[in-house]
Design a protein around this ligand. Structure first.
Ligand code: ZN
Length: 130
């Protein structure tokens, strides 16, 4: 396995998701495709991009939506199994998931962007005096 690079997401401004066990940032709320994804263990999130992960070898797996080639996703820091990546879908209707990442919700903690624009710049709008 190659060298692992931690990528910081915290400067991004929006909300993000991190590993529940070690707090490593994993994905931006901006890259969330679906928060109503279901897997056998419950709810999961579908992302277009995740970081700070290592992936396992590709394998054929029978999912709820049919056969897929997937790779397990592990947290690069603590090694927790987080979810999987869709490498290819056998069913044409599932092709949109190829190259996407599924993270199981109960393995994540969610960081909501707080106080966006609440204490930053004063309003820059200006009205003319009548
Ligand atoms: Zn972790």
């Amino acid at each position: 396995m190659g060298r692992v690079f931690l990528v910081e997401l915290e400067s991004a401004g929006g909300g993000y998701y991190r590993c529940r066990l070690c707090d490593t940032p994993l994905a931006l709320a901006d890259h969330l495709i679906s928060d109503s994804f279901n897997c056998r263990k419950g709810k999961a999130y579908l992302f277009s991009k995740v970081v700070n992960i290592s992936v396992g070898p590709p394998e054929e797996r029978s999912m709820l939506s049919g056969m897929h080639t997937v790779e397990d996703i592990l947290c690069c820091l603590c090694g927790q199994l987080l979810g999987w990546k869709y490498v290819s879908a056998h069913d044409k209707s599932q092709k949109y998931k190829e190259g996407k990442f599924v993270l199981e919700r109960w393995r994540l903690s969610e960081v909501i962007a707080e106080h966006l624009n609440s204490d930053g710049h004063p309003g820059s709008s200006d009205g003319e005096n009548p």
